[in-house]
Design a protein around this ligand. Structure first.
Ligand code: FAD
Length: 233
C-alpha cells in the first residue's frame, strides 16, 4: 500500500529483492509463525538527525601542514568527544568535494546526532533543533553564531540496525524468509546488518548472479559482512 495515497497496488513478479526494513517486511505478511513475528517485533534500530549549516566561515582554523582552499581545516569528519554536547560527529562537505558547495568562499557543514525516534531530540521542531545545534557548536568553539547563513534539518528513521533486542534470534527470520525461493533480503535494513555501501552493493550483485546462474542457496548473500568484528574506521 502506498501510505501517501492510501492506494493498494498488486505487482506480480518472478523475483522479489527487498531492502525495506526486515521488521516491516515481516509485519506486511498476512500471516507468519508466532516466533517469526516475535523476533521481527523485537528488532531495534537507532535513528539519526542531521543538521546542515551554511556558514561564512568556521571559527576553527587550519593548523595542519595541509594546504586547503581558503585555509579551511582539512578534515572530512570530526568526531566530537566533549561530554557536555549531544552532537556525535561533524562533516565538512567542502572537503568531500568543493563541487558540493555553490560558493567556494562559504562552508557547508553537517552535524550528526544519534538518537531514538520519539525521544527528546527527535521531538524537537526543525527551528528548535537548528537553534539547539547552533548553540552546541558555538559552545565548543567551532562556529560563531553570526556566521550561520542557512540551515536544514533531516530526520532519518532506522539508520542503524541494532545488534541487541531480538537480534540474537535473527536466524528464525532468516530461516523463514529463506524458504521463499524467490525472495531475497539484501542491503542494510533488508538484512538487519550494519552493512556499508560496498557490502550493500555486493549483496545485490550476488543476488543477481545467483538468479542468473540458477543458484538456489542464499548462503553466499548471508555470508557478506558476516565477520563479527567489522567496524567503520
Ligand atoms: C547516516 C549514515 C551514514 C552512512 N555513511 C556511510 C559511509 O560513509 N560509507 C558507506 O559505505 N556507507 C554508509 N552508510 C551506509 C549506506 O548508506 C547503506 O549501507 C546503504 O545505503 C544501504 O543500501 P540499501 O539499498 O540496503 O538501503 P537504502 O539505501 O536505505 O534503501 C532502501 C530503500 O527502501 C525504501 N523503502 C523502505 N521501506 C519501504 C517500503 N515499505 N516500501 C517501499 N520502499 C521502501 C527506502 O525509502 C529506501 O529508498 C551510511 C548510512 C547512514 C544511514
Amino acid at each position: 500500500m502506498d501510505i501517501r495515497s492510501g492506494k493498494t497496488q498488486k505487482w506480480i513478479g518472478n523475483y522479489f529483492i527487498s531492502t525495506m526494513p526486515v521488521k516491516e517486511l515481516i509485519q506486511s505478511f498476512d500471516t507468519v509463525p508466532e516466533d517469526v513475528a516475535d523476533v521481527a517485533e523485537g528488532l531495534i534500530y537507532r535513528d539519526f538527525i542531521t543538521v546542515g549549516l551554511l556558514l561564512n566561515e568556521l571559527k576553527i582554523k587550519n593548523e595542519s601542514k595541509l594546504k586547503t582552499i581558503n585555509n579551511l581545516v582539512p578534515d572530512n569528519w570530526i568526531y566530537i568527544q566533549e561530554r557536555d554536547v549531544k552532537i556525535g560527529r561533524l562533516q565538512i562537505f567542502n572537503n568531500w568535494s568543493p563541487y558540493l558547495v555553490e560558493d567556494p568562499n562559504k562552508v557547508w557543514i553537517g552535524l550528526e546526532y544519534f538518537c531514538n525516534e520519539g525521544d527528546d531530540l527527535w521531538n524537537m521542531s526543525q527551528s528548535e533543533f537548528t537553534d539547539f545545534a547552533v548553540e552546541e557548536l558555538v559552545k565548543i568553539g567551532i562556529i560563531k553564531r553570526e556566521d550561520v547563513i542557512d540551515s536544514v534539518v533531516l530526520k532519518v528513521e532506522k539508520t542503524y540496525p541494532a545488534y541487541f533486542g531480538s537480534y540474537d534470534r535473527f536466524n528464525v527470520i532468516k530461516e523463514f524468509t529463506d524458504e521463499y525461493d524467490n525472495l531475497y533480503l539484501i542491503g542494510r535494513n533488508g538484512m538487519h546488518r550494519y552493512n556499508n555501501m560496498d557490502h550493500s552493493m555486493l549483496t545485490a550483485i550476488t543476488t543477481v548472479e545467483n538468479i542468473a546462474n540458477g543458484v538456489k542457496s542464499k548462503n553466499n548473500i548471508w555470508n557478506i559482512n558476516a565477520e563479527e568484528d567489522y567496524h567503520e574506521e
